[in-house]
Design a protein around this ligand. Structure first.
Ligand SMILES: O=C(O)CCC(=O)C(=O)O
Length: 248
């Protein structure tokens, strides 16, 4: 790890990530860059943006023809400038600081909660979406492009849940591509993480997390940057029946 990676987080922040499965950072990038990223982000979500069908997902379905929780996979394929940012450089340093020098970027996604009716992102573990035949050491760095609050859908985490196995999940509803933890009664004592614009939360692949609905008059924009160590096949593969017939 080079010295600047080691300084990406304080010892207390690293300890908190490993103990609780998440950590909140006040600043990943500047207010100026947030403003530039907002414009790029909003263009990607316009109806006529040239996004491949497989990279446009609707996680929660529609209400009166309006998407409730639209997601764009690989936004940086359509806007490569997202990679040439202080946010992305700092996210990489945070990832190497937590997981070591072998860590590689594994992609970005963007989830937008529309004003007034953006749906909740229900409780889930990211690993429930991934290849069950492999072991994963991965983190996601979630950065809001406006302040994130409990009113517009900031992230919420279940401390200690990174130590759990992948729990059973199901589809949010038959028309949606998102997953929800089958037994949300398993969640208690969760911690909401409001953030300033350009701050970030960092969570592990099994950390249980949620983001509430957007009840405000402004969209809630979040850019998620993911990183992982090279994944290895498990000696005993797992079965994630909720992924059938296809893995999103
Ligand atoms: O932005 C959201 O609403 C949820 C994000 C999330 O679940 C994730 O990044 O894993």
């Amino acid at each position: 790890m080079n010295p600047s990676d080691a300084e990406a987080l304080t010892d207390a922040q690293r300890e908190e990530f490993h103990r609780r499965g998440f950590v909140a950072l006040d600043r990943l990038t500047s207010a100026e860059e947030v403003e530039e990223l907002q414009a790029v982000y909003d263009r990607l979500f316009e109806d006529d943006a040239d996004i491949a069908e497989q990279d446009r997902l609707e996680l929660a379905g529609e209400l009166d023809g309006e998407p409730l929780l639209p997601q764009i996979l690989n936004p940086d394929h359509y806007a490569p400038e997202l990679r040439d940012t202080e946010a992305y450089r700092n996210a990489g340093a945070v990832a190497r600081c937590l997981l070591g020098p072998e860590v590689v970027p594994t992609g970005m996604h963007a989830i937008r909660k529309p004003a007034h009716h953006g749906a909740e992102t229900p409780w889930h573990q990211d690993e429930a979406y991934w290849n069950p035949d492999h072991e994963h050491r991965a983190i996601s760095i979630w950065m809001p492009l406006q302040a994130a609050t409990t009113a517009n859908g900031c992230m919420e985490f279940q401390p200690g849940s990174q130590l759990l196995p992948v729990l059973p999940h199901r589809r949010i509803n038959p028309a949606a591509q998102g997953l929800v933890l089958a037994d949300v009664g398993a969640v208690s004592g969760s911690v909401a993480c409001p953030l300033p614009a350009g701050g970030a939360t960092v969570h592990g692949s099994r950390t249980l997390h949620y983001a509430g609905p957007n009840t405000t008059g402004e969209p809630r924009r979040a850019l998620v940057m993911s990183f992982a160590c090279p994944s290895r096949p498990l000696a005993v593969p797992r079965r994630f029946p909720w992924q059938r017939p296809e893995r999103p």
